[in-house]
Write a protein that binds this ligand. Structure first.
Ligand SMILES: N[C@@H](CCC(=O)N[C@@H](CS)C(=O)NCC(=O)O)C(=O)O
Length: 190
């Protein structure tokens, strides 16, 4: 199996953590230019990472890749609650990616603009909801939803996208898992 991705992407990191004990090749691509972008385009027309190649199968999107791996390795099916948690995490993650790309495209995302406001409102709402869930005892194991949440929180800290002091539950969750071997092995800073 080949995983196409980048070491900094939170969407890729979740799959790298899932694949930690499974034999695979990880291709760390510079996805925005050059030969790496051409390689990615030849595999995945959405031009996003992660993308998984398994023999003749090519699977796009982390969520579908997880489903593919769950089917292949017979993981327990995700509950509807877990699916909703993933939708929340993905929504915040997508909004953060959009804001980061806008910033890199020289937009002033602190401006009062509908598009920026919508992303910020979504991020605040989702981070609050995830914090409340932690308070209620959810996200207490180390399964796919927790792996995705960890990858999001660590990426936000790494890219300095948001003041996470506003969300002590998320920081508590983060600190609880930060020394796991598969977590340190996929640290975007190294
Ligand atoms: N829904 C996708 C999102 C993947 C995604 O947005 N990946 C980012 C990297 S963090 C990307 O490839 N962005 C490239 C772009 O937006 O052009 C997934 O879960 O795999």
């Amino acid at each position: 199996m080949k995983l196409y991705g980048s070491t900094t992407s939170p969407f890729v990191r979740r799959i790298r953590i899932v694949l930690a004990s499974i034999d695979h090749e990880f291709l760390n691509l510079q996805i925005f230019s050059g030969a790496d972008r051409e390689l990615l385009a030849s595999r995945n027309p959405t031009l996003k990472v992660p993308c998984l190649e398994d023999g003749s199968e090519i699977i796009f999107d982390s969520r579908i890749i997880y489903n593919y791996l769950a089917d292949k390795y017979q993981y327990e099916p995700l509950t509807w609650e877990a699916e909703n948690q993933l939708t929340l995490i993905d929504a915040a993650n997508d909004s953060f990616v959009q804001l980061l790309l806008l910033k890199r495209s020289d937009f002033d995302i602190a401006q009062e603009k509908l598009y920026f406001n919508l992303q910020s409102e979504r991020i605040e709402g989702v981070l609050t909801s995830l914090s409340n869930q932690i308070n209620r005892g959810l996200f207490s194991g180390w399964n796919y939803p927790e792996i995705c949440l960890y990858s999001l929180v660590d990426w936000v800290l790494f890219r300095e996208l948001h003041d996470m002091q506003d969300y002590p539950e998320l920081l508590w969750f983060y600190e609880k898992h930060q020394n796991k071997i598969e977590v340190t092995a996929t640290d975007p800073r190294t």
